[in-house]
Design a binder for this molecule. Structure first.
Ligand code: GLV
Length: 317
């Protein structure tokens, strides 16, 4: 029987199925650092890793000739924690879990957009602290959403799902920035530059992949282009945004608010950000529904099974 390391506890039925096919170890001790990732590459035939596990260039280098692993069936659509170039060079296949988390992640984008626009975090904090004095015609006034313009940065699967929700559900105009030309089947205008999207949008929603090509794509200059009433949402990867520049923009009132699900150095969230009332901060909940997390586990396992049978993993990256 091939050995399989599942790096975090996932849905029970998926683990149960895995146990019928592999000699399974489930790591209960949190994300693997580089040394632990290197050790796992040396110890197991296949690994089902997830966000936070450090399958870096250095991990592959440290495993080197001790490498035993042939497959990383990642739990998650984003795989910026895996150096795919190093994996390929080492002959390790990598797969991810697209599609199954698109709706759940787009829903978190909308949760953040609405919660930030309507100051739901502030309101909840006020109520819980016993400071609510009753309905006030001028209290906690937020920003209207219907009819406003949303700017999507990265019009992939999740970007389109957010855009559809905004257009069909909230009567918003959609503009977007995408590296390549993109036709979508609903009204949405692709603009020539990121700066123009940042400038025109009332709400900017970032839905690009992470990784070297998008690191700090949203920098101080991009944030400066936003309207002072603009609200910034990030549901992609923390590294896509210059967090320090974002904090400054929020502190100085250069933009009106932010809704974030992801951070540069998760789980570290800068104190300066946590102190700000004009942002809603979630602990990376994009795909966190029972149904979605089960489907992600199943897809990750199915890819490992395909690899084990000598077939091409269907979601190979
Ligand atoms: C979550 O962020 C994922 O990439 O699946």
């Amino acid at each position: 029987m091939k050995t399989l390391l599942i790096t975090r506890p996932i849905a029970d039925p998926v683990i149960a199925q895995a146990r019928t096919l592999f000699d399974v170890t489930v790591n209960e001790d949190g994300a693997l650092d580089v040394a632990q990732a290197a050790q796992a590459l040396a110890d197991y035939d296949a690994i089902l890793p997830t966000l936070g596990d450090q399958f870096t260039d250095q991990a592959f280098e440290s495993a080197a000739e001790k490498l035993r692993c042939g497959m990383l069936g990642n739990f998650g659509v984003g795989y910026n924690h895996i150096d795919t170039v190093a994996a390929k060079a080492a002959g390790v296949q990598v797969s991810n879990t697209p599609d199954v988390l698109t709706d759940a992640t787009a829903d978190i984008g909308m949760t953040l957009l609405l919660a930030t626009a309507r100051r739901a975090g502030e309101g909840e904090r006020m109520l819980r602290s016993g400071e609510w004095g009753g309905f006030g015609p001028k209290d906690l006034l937020g920003t209207h959403v219907t009819g406003k313009t949303v700017g999507i940065v990265g019009m992939g699967r999740i970007g389109q799902a957010v855009a559809r929700r905004c257009h069909f559900g909230f009567g918003m105009d959609v503009v977007f920035y995408n590296r390549s030309a993109k036709e979508v089947g609903f009204p949405a205008r692709q603009l020539a530059s990121l700066g123009t999207v940042m400038e025109q949008a009332d709400f900017v929603v970032v839905t690009t992949p992470g990784g070297a090509e998008t690191t700090k794509l949203i920098d101080a200059v991009a944030l400066e282009a936003m309207k002072p009433t603009g609200i910034f949402i990030n549901i992609s990867r923390g590294e896509v945004v210059d967090e320090t520049a974002l904090i400054t923009a929020l502190q100085t009132g250069q933009i009106a608010g932010a809704g974030l699900d992801v951070y540069e150095a998760e789980p570290h969230v800068p104190e300066a950000l946590r102190e700000l009332d004009n942002c809603v901060l979630l602990p990376h909940l994009g795909s966190a529904t029972v149904e979605t997390r089960q489907a992600m586990g199943q897809m990750a396992l199915d890819n490992i099974i395909a690899w084990s049978n000598g077939d091409a993993p269907p979601q190979a990256v």
